[in-house]
Design a protein around this ligand. Structure first.
Ligand code: TRP
Length: 329
């Protein structure tokens, strides 16, 4: 059984790409490993949200994960800001994180380029906070996407550096959790690339049916196949890929067959695709609404999660303080 830690960005509004990507794997992992899933609300402060936006985002994303089947009885679900041991370990790790290596981090360099007006120290030390999140539970596995690989590599380095400095074998070096075949790339509706939030090409779990129909009917296609067996263009392949994940096999076969015989009508296909997306997301959307309206339940979840996370985190901090040389008089 592995100890798995994953932070969740607190920008809410999950889309189908998130659903078929990270979330489904989290739901699977929670049965097989000792999982810590938390909302990375300290990390979100680098963008200076207003207090109500901060709280609203955390509530939204927490409700969405719970609605998707993250089970707080199985996994430890908590808010980063409820675990004061995390910023304490962050402070300690900062003493052995070098400004040079932090400045060379790809995500930091990108921020410097894109938002030169807000290059704060929190951005520079973002990877240190992330390392604290992970090693505070002495995790050995972290599910990460491509964009987080370098951060995980730095976590490994900080863990190793601590062990070497104090001549201990205390922190494991966490490895990326490998999903193998399970990871499907979900395309967007604009014909190119994967589904994302900013691109405006996505179907959100909380979209109303009318919104889903509108978005799908507007999806990019082409002028149709001209000869049997013609290879699909990217926008059309994308619609088939979406259909493959949300529709019944017979439905997919029906449209494949029409495509191959050049009798396909994209309007008909989109109508069907939209209805199948509505069927899939409908119950989740309702759950999100229910959970969001149930403050007592949310409070119970985060309080129980914080207590469990702090149990593990404070045990680590006790050891770390002693290793470093903070001894009681
Ligand atoms: N940086 C991660 C992201 O942007 C979120 C995150 C914060 C995280 N702390 C973490 C992920 C610890 C895994 C482990 O998605």
């Amino acid at each position: 059984m592995d100890i798995v830690v994953s932070g969740i960005r607190s920008t809410g509004n999950l889309h189908l790409g998130n659903y078929f990507g990270a979330i489904r794997n989290f739901v699977r992992m929670q049965h097989e490993h000792h999982c810590y899933f938390f909302i990375a609300d300290y990390h979100s402060l680098t963008t200076h949200p207003t207090p109500s936006d901060l709280h609203g985002n955390v509530k939204q994303v927490l409700s969405e994960y719970l609605a998707c089947g993250i089970d707080p009885e199985k996994a430890t679900v908590f808010l980063q800001s409820d675990v004061p041991e995390v910023p304490e370990l962050y402070l300690l790790l900062n003493m052995n994180a070098y400004v040079g290596e932090l400045e060379r981090t790809a995500s930091f360099k990108e921020k410097v380029r894109k938002q030169p007006e807000n290059v704060n120290a929190g951005l520079l030390t973002y990877p240190v906070l992330m390392a604290a999140d992970i090693i505070i539970h002495r995790a050995n596995k972290v599910p990460v996407g491509k964009d987080q690989e370098q951060h995980l590599e730095m976590t490994r380095r900080f863990a190793r550096r601590f062990n070497n400095l104090y001549k201990v074998d205390y922190f494991p070096e966490p490895e990326p959790y490998n999903f193998g075949e399970a990871l499907i790339r979900i395309p967007g509706l604009d014909g190119t690339g994967k589904m994302g939030k900013s691109e405006g090409n996505g179907i959100f779990l909380s979209d109303e049916p009318s919104e889903i129909r509108k978005k799908v009917m507007r999806a990019v296609t082409d002028s149709g196949p001209e000869h049997p067996g013609q290879e699909k263009s990217e926008p059309v392949q994308n619609l088939f890929t979406l259909m493959q994940v949300v529709s019944e096999k017979e439905t997919l076969d029906y449209f494949e067959d029409h495509y191959n015989r050049c009798t396909i009508r994209y309007g008909e296909m989109k109508k069907q695709l939209a209805e199948d997306m509505i069927r899939l997301t409908g119950p989740i959307r309702e759950r999100i609404k229910e959970i969001k309206a149930d403050d007592a339940y949310l409070r119970k979840v985060v309080m129980a999660g914080a207590a469990r996370a702090r149990e593990s985190a404070s045990a680590t901090l006790r050891d770390v303080r002693e290793i470093i040389g903070f001894k009681p008089f």
